[in-house]
Design a binder for this molecule. Structure first.
Ligand SMILES: *[C@@H]1O[C@H](CO)[C@@H](O)[C@H](O)[C@H]1NC(C)=O
Ligand SMILES: *[C@@H]1O[C@H](CO)[C@@H](O)[C@H](O)[C@H]1NC(C)=O
Length: 397
């Protein structure tokens, strides 16, 4: 080739191409780590004892050794973690935490709107039930002989009627020892249609909705966990296990029951079971999903079970509430639950039958599900089809 300029151009192009491939490769591998954990996630270190404890100083539990980062969450956690019985809403009511965050975080104004809104109200954690007009359809407490072995607590949103109905018609249907509840915020969404009368009717018809008067947005999901824990303490303290799942999950309830009944008691007592991510790190791409700014949080996430669906031991409910009073608010509900378990000294257990990033093209063959316990996400249509196939006595793989 007699063209030195062409050669130069060509090599420059090749370098650029190489760089692009490298950048894509690194960002992808980081992404997959943060979302789904590496494919070979192993259960975290096995706890020495299944008994939860909550030490006066949480720093060591949460892995905060060495110099304290200046990020807001880390600072708050350091304070809260060594306050005996501390509560983030303590000084000046629940709005104070948010106001202080807004004032103290130098680049607060550049945070995504949802995160700003989260921080402003994050310390407000007590909300009254949302009561539809006539007050009918109230969810009954678990009574004497009717204490469920497994409570299916499904996080939904008011407008997701079809998802809820599919759960009722499939894996959440009536079964001995099993009870189904949906967790919802207010049906009076901000700027959306007012679904109050529809939700009120649904509640009257099925009496399986736990409704609270807060805005039902993703960053408010932790409220559903905390309010459920409080509800359990008051209305269902004897429940053995609680499945926390999203309404697009598909659960092989009979297989899950069998698995739970077969657990060694020492595991069952401190159970936190699901698809466990042990290596997840915060994503730092502004405007990307799950973005967490450097000025808000530094460090790794704790090992946690994916929020698509996990099972906890019912007896841990009061412990988790106590831990939550000492763990600073975090926008992602599943990471937050992981933090609370870590504060209690309990590790999640990974189970290969929980698959929460299920590829949409793998739902056709019911045999794929033979060894699985929980899959997410699945559409209402696919859930119904699959449930029928799996119930069929002729079904064989
Ligand atoms: C809590 O423990 C950490 C590390 O274990 C320590 O650096 C810190 O000073 C302790 N805080 C209090 C208030 O004792
Ligand atoms: C959560 O709900 C509360 C009460 O309705 C609301 O003030 C807050 O802004 C909501 N959080 C987010 C992130 O929108």
């Amino acid at each position: 080739m007699r063209c030195p300029k062409c050669l130069l151009c060509l090599s420059a192009l090749l370098t650029l191409l190489g760089l692009k491939v490298y950048i894509e490769w690194t960002s992808e591998s980081r992404l997959s780590k943060a979302y789904q954990g590496p494919q070979d996630t192993r259960p975290g270190p096995t706890p020495a004892s299944p008994e939860p404890t909550l030490p006066a100083n949480l720093s060591a539990r949460l892995g905060h050794t060495g110099p304290l980062p200046s990020a807001y969450w880390n600072q708050q956690q350091w304070r809260l973690g060594s306050l005996p019985g501390g509560d983030s809403a303590e000084a000046g009511g629940c709005q104070a935490w948010g106001a202080a965050a807004a004032a103290e975080i130098p680049d607060f104004k550049s945070y995504p709107k949802s995160l700003r809104r989260f921080l402003l109200s994050a310390a407000c954690r007590s909300f009254p039930p949302w009561r539809p007009g006539s007050g009918s359809g109230q969810v009954a407490s678990c009574s004497g002989t009717d204490v469920p072995y497994l409570l299916l607590a499904v996080k939904s949103e008011p407008g997701r009627f079809a998802e809820r109905q599919a759960v009722r018609e499939t894996w959440g249907g009536p079964a001995p020892g099993v009870r189904l509840l949906f967790l919802l915020g207010s049906p009076e969404g901000e700027g959306g249609p007012d679904l109050s009368s529809l939700v009120a009717w649904e509640n009257h018809r099925y009496s399986d909705l736990l409704l609270w008067d807060f805005l039902d947005v993703p960053f408010n999901r932790t409220l559903k966990d905390l309010l459920l824990l409080a509800w359990l303490g008051e209305h269902c303290p004897g429940v053995s296990f609680v499945l926390q799942a999203s309404d697009d999950a598909f659960v092989r309830t009979p297989a899950l029951l069998e698995h739970l009944r077969g657990l060694p008691p020492s595991w069952a007592q401190g159970l936190y079971l699901g698809e466990v991510f042990t290596q997840a790190k915060p994503l730092r791409k502004p405007r990307g999903p799950f973005y967490v700014p450097q000025s808000f949080f530094k460090g790794h996430y704790p090992a946690y079970a994916s929020g698509g669906g996990y099972v906890i031991a019912g007896r841990l409910a009061p412990w988790l509430l106590q831990a939550a009073a000492r763990v600073a608010p975090f926008p992602f509900d599943d990471v937050y639950t992981g933090l609370c378990f870590r504060a209690l000294g309990l590790a999640p257990r990974d189970h290969k039958g929980f698959r929460t990033a299920w590829p949409a093209d793998q739902t056709a063959d019911p045999c794929t599900f033979r060894d699985l316990l929980l899959v997410q996400p699945l559409s209402p249509q696919n859930s119904i089809r699959l449930w029928k196939q799996l119930q069929d006595p002729q079904f064989q793989c």
